[in-house]
Design a protein around this ligand. Structure first.
Ligand code: FAD
Length: 394
């Protein structure tokens, strides 16, 4: 299969070169020439104004929306405890499903986890597929991938979401490969587009741009979602849903890997999820002394202390307090950004905060673009004044 240029028709306008995502087309002697990097993706065909590009690739059919219904969520659980990310996905899944007029289904695997099915329904699932087996007691790549992929193949959902947790990141590509569909990893936003397709947004190119990805050809549209970004629904214990038990068809081939021992890693000490207020510092805090001032403010406000990667790299705060693309994602009621510029990689971890207040001496600092409250000035003056006010108010 190949992409060919009809040199009689080609005018050498270069539009094909511009549209080639692989840099596989060159213009030589005013004619387009396809090089070895070509993957036959076909992106150059449509832009050619003189139809000089031809291919013997069969045209790709758009997915049939009627044939694929439902928003599915992988219900991650460990020891019967459903992960917080699962509830977040159910919350967003409900919103997407309501936009589409479809149902939300949770896929729950494990042993003795039937009670968790009720929790999933209370948090927004209409239906739960429950696959119980002694061999599924603990998460394992191959058997989980087998059961989940078999269920998806049998029911053909429209959308399938997993948490971008260690287990979700392990499972999702395995399942996507078995289904021969694409996967958008580490999404920070999910919306329904005007044509009913899933708009999957994630940071790209080192976080310098936010890319929105659509999957028009294959179903389900699969995405993993960063923990801590989507909002869970409040549990409604009266909500009704259906639990469908399925018998997993597992074979010896699914147990090529045997777990001999599980060593629990010490969890990060800081749990930002419970923090209503976060005081975050950046390079502008200038050093350990600046962070002491921020810590005093945090204590006066009953807040957690966080910071930027710059502050972590300077050694002013430990990594488990880093907020952003390569740190933690937070969504407190109030995020107080002190002496940080608001780089896109930092914003990726805090922009869903309810209110953002920023202290910066540069009135053009990017953080002010997303701040609800702007405090322009020197943090070494503003922060102690806020601390005094907070103590007095207490
Ligand atoms: P700066 O950008 O240097 O900003 C300092 C700010 O302080 C300035 O706006 C300045 O005006 C202000 N200031 C200085 N003195 C004062 C004062 N006395 N009073 C008030 N304001 C003052 N960054 C993260 O934070 N989290 C991440 O997870 C993350 N991941 C990344 C991943 C990748 C792949 C890459 C490439 C980068 C990542 N970064 C991350 C780094 C990010 O690009 C920025 O470099 C970083 O966020 C900048 O930190 P900062 O805002 O503290 O420093």
């Amino acid at each position: 299969m190949a992409v060919l240029i009809d040199s009689e028709k080609c005018t050498g306008c270069g539009l094909c070169r511009k549209n080639c995502p692989y840099g596989a087309i060159e213009i030589t002697d005013k004619k387009a020439v396809v090089g070895p990097r070509c993957t036959s993706c076909g992106a150059c065909l449509e832009p050619c104004p003189v139809a000089a590009i031809v291919t013997d690739l069969p045209p790709r059919a758009l997915a049939d929306p009627q044939a694929h219904q439902g928003v599915w969520v992988w219900a991650e659980q460990h020891g019967g405890q459903v992960s917080g990310t699962t509830f977040e996905l159910l919350g967003r899944g409900r919103r997407l499903a309501e936009r589409l007029g479809q149902e939300v289904t949770a896929v729950l695997l494990g042993r003795g986890v039937e009670n968790a099915a009720g929790e999933l329904i209370a948090h927004g699932a209409d239906r739960v597929f429950l696959a119980e087996d002694d061999r599924l007691a603990r998460y394992q790549t191959l058997p989980y991938a087998r059961v989940v992929a078999d269920l998806v193949k049998a029911h053909g959902p429209n959308i399938f979401l997993l948490g971008a947790t260690p287990a979700g990141r392990d499972l999702a590509p395995r399942v996507a490969r078995r289904l021969n569909v694409g996967l958008t990893a580490d999404c920070t936003s999910l919306e329904i587009g005007p044509d009913g397709g899933l708009l999957q947004t994630r940071p790209a190119f080192g976080g310098n741009v936010m890319a929105t990805i659509v999957s028009p050809y294959a179903r389900p549209q699969m995405a993993t979602v960063r923990p801590g970004i989507m909002e869970p629904l409040a549990a409604d214990p009266g909500r009704k849903g259906e639990v469908t038990k399925v018998t997993p068809a597992l074979t010896e081939a699914d147990f090529l890997v045997r777990i001999k021992e599980v060593v629990q890693r010490e969890r990060a000490k800081v749990d930002f999820r419970r923090a209503k207020i976060i005081v975050a510092g950046g390079r502008g805090a200038g050093g350990a002394r600046g962070f002491e001032l921020l810590q005093e403010l945090a204590e006066a406000l009953g807040a957690e202390l966080g910071g930027t990667r710059a502050a972590v790299e300077e050694g002013w705060i430990p990594y488990d307090r880093q907020i952003g693309q390569t740190g933690q994602t937070v969504r407190p009621e109030l995020y107080l950004a002190c002496g940080l510029s608001g780089a896109i990689q930092h914003r990726a971890g805090m922009m869903e905060s309810r209110y953002i207040a920023a202290i910066n001496r540069d009135q053009d600092a990017p953080i002010f673009e997303i701040a609800d409250f702007r405090l322009i000035g020197d943090l070494f003056k503003i922060v102690p004044a806020l601390t005094r006010a907070a103590r007095a108010a207490r």
